[in-house]
Design a protein around this ligand. Structure first.
Ligand SMILES: NC(=O)C1=CN([C@@H]2O[C@H](COP(=O)(O)OP(=O)(O)OC[C@H]3O[C@@H](n4cnc5c(N)ncnc54)[C@H](O)[C@@H]3O)[C@@H](O)[C@H]2O)C=CC1
Ligand SMILES: O=C(O)[C@@H]1CCC=N1
Length: 271
């Protein structure tokens, strides 16, 4: 299914989705985007290989699907300015925290609105998105949103919109947790004596290998972990150190904070 799709905002997340779509053979001439300045529009056009302008109204009138990809703090003003040019386009919002009720208030009551919480690995085809549709969205709207998400990776629907906060804490923000872990491992590897390049390549390949193995076999992750841990061996010491340092509790705390921030962001920006 190909529809004219306009991204309002052409930053990190829109760029990641657009790259994923194009890599999945979505026709580039059916994708447009906007940014705030002519200079950033030109940069984004060169980087993404699509038409990027600064005229939201014109771009929205061309579109059948409008993707809201500006920062949550910019969303209310952006939506209210777009509202007069909307004519039943499907709205896809990737903004953290802002619910479909607020979006409908700013854009128009009758609109089909689908929220997607994607992540930046979308740009290399291994994104993970959570989706929620308001009751106005048709089966075909849902199918289109799913197609966009699947062009860039995999997706899961939630039927309770509040669960988008949890999705944000898992997959929306999750890549940054793994990047932090990689950063820490690269630093520690160098302290153990490896040169910077070996520290980096061994760390990244190990992350890729662990994720590929976990995704590629049916074995639960705790068993995969135990398979690395020879009794009395080396891994056991490292895992014991993580557990003693309460890594699990820390992960849960961080994810609860993330979900809570998603909720409070929504409250602050929709009052
Ligand atoms: N970065 C990430 O990993 C993820 C981000 N998101 C959501 O995606 C949205 C965008 O985030 P990023 O791409 O990281 O931000 P960003 O700052 O990289 O991109 C925002 C873009 O919006 C443009 N913009 C701002 N106001 C505009 C307007 N009125 N009209 C047209 N363009 C306008 C800016 O020029 C910029 O290109 C946010 O709402 C965020 O919550 C969701 C999931 C993951
Ligand atoms: O940090 C943020 O607010 C955005 C939403 C999910 C990932 N990045």
């Amino acid at each position: 299914m190909v529809r004219n799709i306009a991204f309002i905002g052409a930053g990190n997340m829109a760029g990641a989705i657009i790259k994923g779509l194009i890599a999945g053979d979505y026709p580039a001439e059916r994708i447009r985007a906007t940014t705030r300045s002519a200079e950033s529009a030109q940069q984004a056009a060169d980087k993404l290989g699509i038409t990027v302008g600064t005229d939201n109204a014109e771009t929205v009138r061309w579109a059948e699907v409008v993707v809201l990809a500006v920062k949550p703090q910019m969303l209310k003003d952006t939506c209210e300015a777009l509202a007069p040019d909307l004519n039943q386009q499907l709205i896809l919002s990737v903004a953290a925290g802002i619910d479909t009720r607020a979006l409908a208030q700013w854009l128009g009551d009758d609109l089909a609105i689908i929220r997607s919480m994607p992540n930046t690995p979308s740009q290399v085809g291994v994104g993970a998105s959570g989706l929620f549709a308001n009751p106005k969205a048709s089966d075909s709207d849902r199918a289109f949103a799913q197609q966009v998400a699947e062009a860039t990776g995999l997706c899961a629907w939630v039927e309770d919109e509040a669960l988008i906060h949890a999705v944000t804490a898992v997959s929306g923000s999750g890549p940054a947790y793994y990047f932090l872990f990689m950063e820490a491992m690269i630093e520690a590897a160098q302290k153990l004596g490896l040169d910077a390049e070996s520290a980096r390549t061994l760390t990244l390949q190990t992350a890729l290998g662990a994720a590929s193995l976990a995704a590629g076999v049916d074995t639960p992750v705790d068993q995969l972990k135990r398979n690395v841990m020879s009794p009395g061996g080396t891994t056991e010491r490292a895992i014991h150190t993580f557990e003693q340092g309460e890594l699990r509790e820390l992960v849960e705390k961080a994810m609860r904070e993330c979900a809570a921030r998603s909720e409070s962001l929504g409250r602050e920006l929709t009052q």
